[in-house]
Design a protein around this ligand. Structure first.
Ligand SMILES: *[C@@H]1O[C@H](CO)[C@@H](O)[C@H](O)[C@H]1NC(C)=O
Ligand SMILES: *[C@@H]1O[C@H](CO)[C@@H](O)[C@H](O)[C@H]1NC(C)=O
Length: 726
């Protein structure tokens, strides 16, 4: 979502960041080569000695030449050259070749080879044939094409497979903003609200779907803000002005103007940039802090996409819709002396963000950020030292623009090791035992991070790998609230009983109550594709009179889900279960099936009516956990075409088929949920709020897998001392 003014600003920012990075990059290297730059800080011989090592081991973004890059792994994303080839093939494909207007390209990605082929493939083997999936729009019809890059042919072509349209392109958004800002009536309304037309910022908002009257054309809604006196125009809405635009006809359908009398909230205090803070911090600022890695990081990046760290190995790539995709996650088992499969593929499949205000300018705000905008599409370059620590490895996305040309989304993913002072395991013995045992191991993890800025909101998505086999998937929210302007300045002016849709977070500003649901696709392959989903239900048992001094205790009832309906899980505090994905044909030494469990977190559930149009479209949030049989065409929980979809191609629809899921290749879906009742601290920008869930080994290893982890001693780490006088 960009505004015309802020679109320019965004480009400037992007170039600025690139230049900044280019400027910072050699500086950082310089520091590594010559400690004198940071001399007061760095006095350790250790560190200086390690330097040459550090330099060669540091997995930084080498200046990858995207123009000549070639794929090395069956799952590697399409390269620049491959995307160009797709465009060339399409340009001579009859329905697309001479069409006018030319088709607009909304998504291009690798059409991944069949799982069995990928599983058989070994490094050094030739790559299986490369294919692309293309989602395009031509004359109002959605086309899904499979393009074969070996035979230079379109190998598959489906039109309008379900309701809905592909995600928005930058041209869709820019074009819609263009017609809005060029409209005289809109201009008159804005001027009448006291906003100068040179200070208007508008954003394109997806409309959801609310009935047949919206069928047959792509529609966007535009709302505008005053950018006068602040970079944070989101806090200055021109409330009540909603312009509905036909995206393809570039035509205004309707102008709704209900906000007369509602002032534009003030600019003062809204700017969040450091340079705009006039008051200096009252308390002492923190000293700079960073993690020491005197011998460099312990991970390596092979062929651009294979990450190897400690006992983990996985494939990592950026995706325009999902953001990042983690594939072929395998963990080394030192008892069995081999890499064991944990997850074939995992990614954030959809985000659903419904706002809780039924009024005209707000009811439609029920976004699906992955399918309508794209998590990779909206992922900006990460900010070194602030978004990701020093020694991070940055990865680019290679995506496609509406004209079919490839472009680079630079530094949108970072990979880094984290030591945050946590403990991996420990035990001390009390002197009573006569044993002086003090055993403790520090916890170090590996994080894969991206941050999508979908208009006002920022979603930070982390995949964190632990050496004990646990994977933590975390979503943190920041950015700006979507706020509603009001005539009220103080809560004492609001009549009792009046519903104001949220919290008064500042004068004339309501932070509207809303939810966030992030649904993850988790194709678990525990020691192979054929797995079962098991509920380990804790139930209360009562003792018989005289049996025990206890009246009650808990017992585990094991239930293997036979079909999909059996695995539609609504979490319940007073009827708890663990949720295991096991390989029934791989018992552990003592006979337990090896497995991983889904450990829920972020357990907010949607309370909307199941028949409410947005809930129907986002019915994948009706349960917190679903399990489906693996089907390569069921990956996007909101359906392949999410924009204005009616809900006929969602996870809920697939799951209703109630297919068998026992002892077969299954996919687990988990939804992290957040209810957000805004508060004043969320103004003018929100401190991050986060929730996470875990994939944790259960009876997967024969014992604690990090028993052999080394303790740390002072000699392992350089002594870095703050300067006496600096
Ligand atoms: C915006 O409108 C101007 C003038 O009407 C036109 O020249 C320009 O190409 C338009 N831009 C987009 C992105 O549609
Ligand atoms: C695979 O998914 C597609 C789309 O939902 C569906 O049409 C097809 O029937 C599914 N195949 C199986 C075997 O379930």
């Amino acid at each position: 979502m960009e505004t015309i003014p802020s679109f320019r600003f965004f480009l400037l920012l992007l170039f600025g960041l690139i230049i900044l990075f280019l400027v910072l990059y050699p500086l950082e290297n310089f520091e590594l080569l010559d400690c004198s730059v940071y001399k007061p800080w760095c006095i350790s011989k250790n560190r200086i000695q390690a330097k040459s090592n550090l330099f060669s081991q540091t997995p930084r973004t080498k200046s990858i030449d995207h123009l000549t890059e070639s794929p090395h792994h069956p799952l590697d994303p399409l390269t620049f050259q491959e995307i160009n080839l797709v465009r060339a093939i399409l340009s001579s494909y009859p329905p697309f070749a001479s069409s006018s207007p030319s088709p607009s390209i909304h998504y291009v990605a690798l059409d991944e080879p069949d799982k069995s082929i990928v599983l058989r493939w070994k490094k050094g083997d030739p790559l299986p044939p490369r294919k692309a999936t293309v989602v395009a729009l031509l004359n109002g019809q959605s086309h899904i094409l499979t393009v074969c890059l070996e035979s230079n042919q379109v190998a598959g072509h489906v039109t309008n497979p379900a309701s809905g349209y592909p995600s928005l392109t930058v041209d869709d958004m820019a074009g819609v903003l263009n017609v809005t800002l060029a409209n005289r009536e809109v201009g008159r309304i804005i001027t009448a609200r006291g906003v100068d037309l040179s200070n208007v910022a508008c954003i394109p908002l997806s409309t959801g779907w609310y009935g047949a009257s919206e069928d047959g054309r792509r529609v966007l809604k535009v709302q505008c803000f005053s950018s006068h006196g602040t970079a944070n125009f989101y806090m200055r809405p021109i409330e009540g002005l909603t312009v509905t635009v036909d995206v393809d006809a570039r035509e205004i359908i309707h102008i709704s103007n209900t906000g007369q009398g509602i002032p534009i909230p003030q600019a003062a205090g809204t700017d969040y940039r450091y340079q705009a803070q006039k008051k200096k911090p009252l308390h002492q600022q923190l000293n700079p802090i960073s993690m020491e890695q005197p011998r460099g990081p312990s991970f390596s990046v092979e062929d651009g996409h294979i990450i190897k760290w400690a006992n983990w190995e996985f494939h990592l790539k950026a995706d325009q819709r999902a953001g990042v995709i983690v594939s072929r996650a395998m963990v080394w088992d030192s008892d069995r002396e081999r890499l064991r499969s944990v997850m074939y593929k995992g990614f954030s499949s959809e985000l659903f963000v419904p706002y809780m205000d039924p009024s005209d300018g707000w009811y439609f705000k029920t976004y699906m950020d992955a399918g309508e905008y794209g998590m990779g599409f909206t992922a900006m370059p990460l900010v070194p030292l602030n978004d990701c620590p020093r020694q991070s490895h940055y990865m680019d996305g290679v995506f496609v623009g509406p004209d079919g040309n490839p472009y680079v989304q630079s530094n949108m993913v970072c990979v880094f090791e984290r030591y945050s002072g946590d403990i991996a395991w420990r035990h001390s013995e009390s002197p009573i035992t006569g044993m002086e045992i003090r055993e403790s191991r520090p916890k170090v993890t590996l994080v894969v991070r991206m941050a999508a800025s979908v208009g006002n909101y920022d979603y930070i998505i982390d995949w964190e790998f632990q050496t004990d086999g646990l994977i933590r998937i975390k979503v943190a929210l920041s950015g700006m609230l979507m706020v509603k302007a009001t005539a009220y300045q103080n809560l004492n002016q609001v009549a009792e009983q009046e519903y104001i849709a949220g919290t008064l977070v500042s004068e004339n500003l309501i932070g509207v109550v809303h939810d966030h649901y992030v649904t993850f696709y988790l194709d678990m392959d525990i020691d192979g594709p054929d797995n079962s989903f098991v509920k380990m239900n804790l139930v209360k048992e009562e003792t018989t009179p005289g049996e025990s001094p206890r009246k009650s205790y808990l017992k585990v009832k094991r239930h293997v889900s036979k079909t999909e309906k059996d695995a539609q899980i609504k979490l319940k505090l007073y009827d708890p279960s663990e949720f295991h994905v096991v390989n029934p044909s791989r018992p552990s030494r003592v006979g337990n099936p090896v497995g991983y469990k889904i450990v829920p977190g972020g357990t907010a559930a949607s309370l909307l009516d199941l028949d409410d149009p947005p809930q129907k479209r986002s019915a994948f949030t009706n349960n917190q956990i679903w399990v489906t049989p693996y089907n390569r065409s069921e990956q996007w929980a909101s359906g392949l075409l999410a924009y204005q979809s009616k809900g006929d191609d969602t996870l809920a629809v697939w799951s209703a088929r109630n297919r068998p899921i026992e002892d077969r290749d299954i996919v687990v879906w988990y939804t992290l949920g957040f209810h957000h009742i805004p508060c004043q601290e969320d103004f003018p920008i929100m401190p991050t709020v986060s929730s996470s869930f875990d994939l944790k080994p259960v009876n997967f290893f024969e014992r604690n897998p990090i028993l052999q982890a080394q303790p740390r001693f002072p000699k392992d780490l350089p002594v870095c001392r703050a300067a006496d006088s600096a």
